[in-house]
Write a protein that binds this ligand. Sequence first.
Ligand SMILES: [Zn+2]
Length: 252
Amino acid sequence: MTPNVALAAIVFAPALALGSFLNVVVARLPERRSLVRPRSACPACAHELAWHDNVPLVSYALLRGHCRSCTAPISLRYPLVELATAFLVAACFWRFGLSGQAFVAAFFVAVLVTLSAIDAERRILPDLIVLPATAIVLVAQIALFPDRALEWVVASLAASLFLFVALVAYPAGMGMGDVKLALLLGAALGWNVSVGMMLGMLFAMAAATVLIARHGAKARKMAIPFGPFLALGAIVALFAGGPIFDAYLRLF
Ligand SMILES: [Zn+2]
């Protein structure tokens, strides 16, 4: 086992716990509720969760996705956010080792998971997460890689400007939330943000094509959030952006 694989394995359980906290953020932050109090409770019957009903993944599996008290279904979002956070954070340490870069990447993917879940549920990308996260990533990137300071700043602004122009030209399908999210993507990915956004748009187009094939004209009225697709493109670019960028250049 290489050191990085061992590191990723060690990080997995704490990352699951982080995912559990991110679920609280997803549920409460958009409603401006406190992230620390009260304790987690069933949204259907308000029954407070005991610690053993609040263990990441395990509790969901043991309760078979239903509240112990009222048997109301628990959203599949809970185990999905926990699993996505655990795998992605572990992947950051596997890819970047025990380094500042791994911590920035782990922070970035955790924010993307949170934003994707909120966007999928509510069609919003809260400024309260996007803007502070962008500032934190930008400061960390400049501190870690000062010789690339210009890249982080320019990529951030250029990515955002690109989506802003797209939004003005084609207002359907996107919002200002996506334009601000691009600031974060550029700050985290540098020039690779071009790969991330191109993939994000391809994923969104693929999803829209599937919807239209299935639902025909009705699909035009179905608003699909763009944020999760941008996030997915950014995550692919984070781990494989360099090789994809090089392969693309070799086409010419
Ligand atoms: Zn309940």
